[in-house]
Design a protein around this ligand. Structure first.
Ligand code: AR6
Length: 178
């Protein structure tokens, strides 16, 4: 589904974050060391190739809520924005830290002239954040930040399962921007 907010398209699709053709940037659900990992970080690093880890090294470690940018190497995307989400029940307050991920990623994208950016559901895998709660934070933050963006035109959420897609679609349909 798609929604247009202040001229920016926000959409939810089911798919693989490492296969987002025609998007300038994809977001990595990274680990603090910005190394290859499981889930999204594994898929992105495998598709990008070893140069991505090389590019990440000088920027590591990062803290929960932070975002840093590198090239995309063998990915179909010019850039990767790496965010460290909170570990649910450990890094607190987790809603603020998760909000910071989306806010910082979008600001970084905008300052690099990025027009299209695709996010995974940060923290909802290995980091254990319940998807309903995480989706609410993610979508609310995106809608709140949109008005301040000058370059970003399309924001996509790429969900790995039908259930996660449904959860995001329901929340996106319900949320108003303010
Ligand atoms: N494309 C889109 N979504 C995916 C993909 C994919 N290829 N693979 C998994 N997901 P996770 P986190 C979904 O664990 O919770 C890593 O090992 C997945 O189903 O990738 O932020 C890092 O090294 C889930 O809904 O990220 C870190 O140590 C969501 O993406 C740690 O895990 C996020 O799952 C980060 O944990």
């Amino acid at each position: 589904m798609k929604k247009k907010v202040y001229g920016v398209t926000v959409e939810c699709v089911r798919g693989d974050i490492a296969h987002q053709d025609n998007f300038s940037a994809v977001v990595n659900a990274a680990n603090a060391q910005l190394r290859i990992g499981g889930g999204v970080a594994g898929a992105i690093h495998r598709a990008a190739g070893p140069e991505l880890e090389e590019a990440c090294r000088p920027q590591a470690p990062i803290k929960p809520g932070e975002a840093v940018i590198t090239g995309g190497y063998n990915l179909p995307n010019e850039y990767v924005i790496h965010c460290l989400g909170p570990i649910f029940g450990v890094d607190k307050p987790e809603d603020e830290l998760l909000e910071n991920c989306y806010r910082n990623a979008l600001k970084l994208a905008d300052s690099h002239g990025i027009e299209s950016i695709a996010f995974p559901a940060i923290s909802t895998g290995a980091f254990g954040y319940p998807v309903e709660e995480a989706a609410e934070v993610a979508l609310r933050t995106v809608l709140n930040v949109i008005q301040s963006l000058e370059k970003v035109e399309t924001i996509r959420f790429v969900l790995h399962s039908d259930r996660d897609l449904r959860v995001h679609e329901e929340i996106l349909a319900r949320l108003e921007c303010n």
